[in-house]
Write a protein that binds this ligand. Structure first.
Ligand SMILES: Cc1ncc(C[n+]2csc(CCOP(=O)(O)OP(=O)(O)O)c2C)c(N)n1
Ligand SMILES: CC(=O)[C@@H](O)[C@H](O)COP(=O)(O)O
Ligand SMILES: [Mg+2]
Length: 620
């Protein structure tokens, strides 16, 4: 049946009785497809029925669905004409793992960073009202995403928009990537268990005099608001419905049909299960949150021991440093597994803080702890650090507080694409006063830099990429490196390549090809200005290389230092171009950006000519 559905219009032709078999087919298709490509599995198995029901009841794409995070949109992609493209998911030139406006008219809003859906849907709903258009805007948000401040900023705004056509659906599967945290989660658990109404009703009834109790019994459903406290969503100005079973089409469809006819901000609470229908994912939704390829009959097998990832290097360093320094506290905004903090939580539960999807809070929370003499380490993906930029400047750096930032997933991340690429941190961190900014060139240097950052009395960051490095041995000691000192790794002639972080290895290979000098600059800030001057004095031209945006990045710091010193020298900046880079294999993407050794060498030859040290300088 799935083969006959090429758009939601086809879906809406089906009789209701066919929807359940369709859901079974769709779920099997997703499991098969994701097991071959890798991707987000558990969340997508959980949204099969909800997706069918939404497209069945609403007139999509005229009615707008905004999927929060968007990692749960595979059923939506399949039902909106992209079934055959699922085999290209998250690969170079294939379809994205997230909704993208350029990909389909059904992807009404690009998402991937969480908790934006209510704001965007409210914007759409009010735009429709302003333009006199009669359409619905629906935000589908998970219980994890609901913990972010942005979601509540939007609820606060939406709750006073009395006649707006907005429906917020809370997809509550009692999971973030890892088990959910915080008071909201406890509250939702109470709502789901029914205790909320049961307890409140009893309290209410025991306080009511006889005749009023009778009246309350008669009008129990309607009088709910009189004798039970409203849910917090009602207090926000929404009409709250739920919780209902999000896998039961016979509940979902009539409920959505009813809600469709109501005006004003509506809130539907649906309960689903992450991994629904695939026993292994139901049992371990964390493992199946974003797996690589696997055999569905066998499930994910433990990978044969391979090279340590940078994330693991960080996780081990964190435990070692915590054992040595009792003031260390570790903070993650909902990325325990991804940031390598599982063992830290087990060993140091009292010093581990998962604050939920709340990057802004994570940073200011760290600032507060630092004020009291603790030494917080905020483990955060480079891309999610973007969320907490003002908190970093205003709450941490301005007060020169002692917070270490471990920036994972720096540079291109591969399959998640442009939304998750950590391309901007060097540029946005180095302009902040008091910051120390480092980029690790290998795993051992990563460990040393983390120690350096931790020992530094002020805000300091270390960036490292997704995955593993060259596999160098990582020492057990906790040794710092001298602040602001780079090192020459290869002596050559004519050209000096000033490489930052992950670009040191390909720069060394390019240096071998061209007999160029190669320096591992290590620090973006404080930049090793003496080394820059020395390299400028001894070479005909300088080349900077970084896995970050060229504009404002590490190379720009070198150019600024030269200008400051009054040195005029031909300089070539290599790095990520001024455009967003889509998903694909990370090594493939780097090569396309000219950031592998061949690309670096080719750019140097193209700019300065082949025969060292003769320079072909085009622009002075
Ligand atoms: C701002 C931001 N921080 C962190 C993440 C990483 N992340 C992606 S999905 C997810 C969990 C989301 O949980 P929930 O909204 O409940 O969706 P579920 O996976 O349970 O369907 C997290 C933390 C993100 N995408 N955006
Ligand atoms: C959707 C989301 O934001 C996360 O699930 C992310 O895809 C995880 O990325 P890593 O696989 O790099 O941890
Ligand atoms: Mg969830």
């Amino acid at each position: 049946m799935l083969n006959t559905i090429n758009s939601p219009a086809d879906l809406r032709q089906l009789p209701r009785t066919q929807l359940k078999p369709l859901a079974d087919e769709l779920r099997a298709f997703i499991l098969d497809s994701v097991s071959k490509t890798g991707g987000h599995l558990s969340s997508n198995l959980g949204t099969v029925e909800l997706t069918i029901a939404l497209h069945y009841v609403f007139n999509t794409p005229e009615d707008r669905i905004v999927w929060d995070v968007g990692h749960q949109t595979y059923p939506h992609k399949i039902l909106t004409g992209r079934r055959d493209q699922m085999s290209t998911l998250r690969q170079l030139d294939g379809i994205s793992g997230f909704p993208r406006r350029v990909e389909s008219e059904h992807d009404t809003f690009g998402t991937a960073h969480s908790s934006t859906s209510i704001s965007a849907a409210l914007g759409m709903a009010l735009a429709a009202k302003t333009k006199g258009e009669d359409r619905h805007a629906i935000a589908v948000i998970g219980d994890g995403a609901m913990t972010a401040g942005m979601a509540f900023e939007a609820m606060n705004n939406a709750g006073i928009c009395e006649d707006v056509n907005l429906l917020v659906i809370l997809n509550d599967n009692d999971m973030s990537i890892s088990p959910p945290v915080g008071a909201l989660n406890r509250y939702l658990a109470r709502l789901m268990s029914g205790q909320f109404y049961a307890k409140a009703k009893n309290v209410g009834k025991s306080m009511l005099p006889g005749p009023v109790l009778e009246l309350a019994k008669r009008f129990e459903e309607h009088a709910k608001g009189m004798i039970v406290p409203a849910t917090m969503f009602e207090e926000f100005g929404f009409n709250y419905i739920g919780p209902i079973d999000g896998h039961d089409l016979d509940s979902l469809i009539p409920t959505l049909q009813n809600l469709k006819n109501l005006k004003g901000p509506q809130f539907l609470h649906v309960v689903t299960k992450k991994g629904q229908g695939y026993k292994l994912a139901e049992a371990d939704p964390v493992l199946y949150h974003g797996p690589g390829k696997f055999n569905p009959a066998e499930g994910i097998k433990p990978a044969a021991a391979s090279k340590q990832t940078y994330t693991q290097v960080f996780g081990e360093w964190l435990c070692d440093m915590a054992a040595q320094d009792k003031t260390l506290v570790g903070i993650t905004p909902a990325m325990r597994e991804g940031s390598g903090m599982v063992r830290f939580e087990q060993k140091f539960p009292d010093r581990y803080y998962d604050v939920g999807i709340a990057e802004q809070h994570a940073v200011t929370f760290a600032a507060g702890m630092a004020c009291e003499g603790l030494k917080p380490v905020v483990a955060i993906y480079s891309t999610f650090m973007q969320r907490a930029y003002d908190q970093l400047i205003h709450d941490v750096a301005l007060q020169n507080l002692d917070v270490t930032f471990a920036l994972d997933r720096a540079g291109l991340v591969g399959a998640d694409g442009a939304t998750h690429a950590g391309n901007y941190d060097l540029a946005f961190l180095r302009c902040i006063p008091n910051m120390v900014v480092m980029a690790a060139s290998d795993e051992n240097e990563c460990r040393r830099m983390l120690t350096t950052a931790f020992e530094y009395k002020g805000p300091a960051s270390v960036r490292y990429p997704r995955g593993s490095g060259s596999g160098v041995a990582v020492e057990k000691t906790l040794t710092a490196i001298p602040l602001g000192k780079g090192e020459v790794r290869r002596e050559g002639k004519g050209i000096a390549i000033l490489a930052f972080g992950t670009m040191v290895a390909p720069a060394l290979a390019a240096g071998d090809k061209l007999n160029a000098t190669v320096a591992n600059m290590r620090f973006i800030k404080p930049l090793d200005v003496e080394l820059v001057k020395q390299l400028a004095a001894g070479h005909d031209a300088l080349v900077t290389v970084e896995e970050g945006c060229i504009m404002g990045g590490a190379g720009a710091a070198v150019a600024e230092a030269l200008a400051e010193a009054g040195i005029v020298k031909p300089i070539l900046h290599l790095g990520l171009p001024d455009r967003f880079i889509d998903h694909g294999d990370a090594a493939q993407l780097l090569a396309k950006c000219g950031l592998d050794s061949d690309g670096i060498a080719a750019s140097i030859v193209q700019r300065f000519g082949k025969d060292q040290p003769r320079l072909v300088v085009n622009n002075g």
